[in-house]
Design a protein around this ligand. Structure first.
Ligand code: PLP
Length: 373
């Protein structure tokens, strides 16, 4: 262990030479954005990797989510309520509200932090149009139960799969669930295009609509059909994605070894709940969240967070606070009715996690944590 700072994550990058070789032909074509060669190439590679028919790329995951809601026509028939959870990144709820929709917060399960299907039905009204669950930390939601409810009530299901790139359930890619899934390719995610994102979807008809929504709504040389935004992925980002995708499986295996090292170090700690792997699921080891029960452990999450901070180790209270406690959402929507999420937000801490995190560093982080008990 050095005295160097350990950040919560470290972006995956290809070798400099590999990236330079990938972008070389952009100097011949001078085609920098607007669905160029790199964009089309990455889209195709991702169809294969994720095992889906339809992938549309975006400038980032957030814009992808907004465009998905718009292209799918959420709210167009007057039903404007969307059932989601407050235990997520601000983006999920912001996208819902920015599209003129109303978030209805459903509680989560304490074991994997994903939406609790048993609590969805009581929230459904004649205004509900969709469910937007989040595969938190790469934990896969109860996709069967959610789909059952959606089918019964005629609701769309759009997954925030920002954390779940590369996850498979019984050998089915996670992008195959629901009507659509949004992935984030932000620099901090398991697979990155610097900034970037994608929507995967079942309805082939969405392809053209999504292309228009991310390009100002332009429908032809002389007309604009939708009030769209500019959310196109550029060629340099797509090239980064093409390179990173070549190495992503290797990165996932390295993450697994870091994950196991944490488990080894912390498995005997009383009062710490470690991430548990889901049955039949091939995980992506995107995060290492621990839940600290202050009574059993002898110190609070905030104590541990502070102790790590003092040693220059960047753990993260992810997700704290809950979305409904943010200034822009306080006193709005159905806050306060999600006790499981509230307790998780008070107790969870994600530890540094990336492919090249050294075992020595993992050991040092764990010994600081254990000393607090
Ligand atoms: C990262 C993230 C997003 C947003 O993705 P960007 O690519 O950063 O726009 C949305 N939801 C969740 C859960 C995320 O972690």
């Amino acid at each position: 262990m050095t005295d160097q700072q350990i950040l919560i994550t470290r972006s995956s990058m290809p070798l400099y030479e590999e990236y330079c070789a990938e972008i070389r032909d952009l100097w011949d074509s001078h085609w920098l954005t607007n669905c160029g060669v790199k964009h089309r190439h990455l889209e195709k590679e991702l169809q294969e990797y994720l095992g889906v028919r339809n992938v549309s790329l975006f400038v980032n995951g957030h814009a992808a989510l907004e465009c998905a809601f718009q292209a799918m026509g959420l709210g167009d028939d007057g039903r404007t309520e969307v059932i989601t959870t407050p235990f997520t990144f601000a983006s999920t709820t912001n996208a819902i509200v920015r599209c003129g929709l109303t978030p209805v917060f459903c509680d989560i399960k304490s074991d994997d932090f994903t939406i609790d299907p048993e609590k969805i039905k009581p929230l459904i009204t004649d205004k509900t149009c969709a469910i937007v669950p989040v595969h938190v930390y790469g934990n896969v939601c109860d996709v069967e139960a959610i789909q059952g409810i959606a089918d019964e009530y005629g609701l769309k299901v759009i997954y925030d799969a920002a954390h779940a790139f590369g996850v498979r359930v019984n050998d089915v890619g996670v992008a195959r669930f629901g009507d659509a899934s949004m992935f984030s390719f932000h620099a901090t995610k398991v697979f990155n295009t610097i900034e970037g994102g994608a929507v995967c979807y079942t309805d082939d008809g969405l392809h053209e609509k999504l292309s228009q929504w991310r390009n100002f709504g332009i429908s032809g040389p002389e007309d604009v059909e939708y009030i769209g935004c500019n959310a196109k992925m550029n060629e340099f980002c797509a090239a980064m994605g093409i390179c990173n995708l070549r190495h992503v499986d290797e990165e996932l295996s390295k993450r697994e070894t870091v994950f196991l090292r944490y488990l080894e170090n912390l498995s005997d700690a009383k009062g710490i709940t470690l991430p548990s792997l889901q049955k039949g699921t091939k995980p992506n080891y995107a995060y290492f969240p621990i839940v600290i029960n202050p009574d059993a452990f002898g110190a609070t999450r905030d104590d541990v967070f502070a102790a790590l901070g003092k040693c220059n180790i960047g753990a993260r209270k992810y997700f704290y606070p809950l979305i409904n406690d943010f200034e822009c959402y306080r006193q709005r929507f159905n806050e306060g009715s999600t006790p499981v999420a509230r307790q998780a937000a008070a107790r969870v801490l994600t530890l540094p996690m990336y492919a090249d995190l050294a075992f020595d560093d993992v050991d040092a982080i764990c010994s600081i944590i254990l000393k607090k008990s």
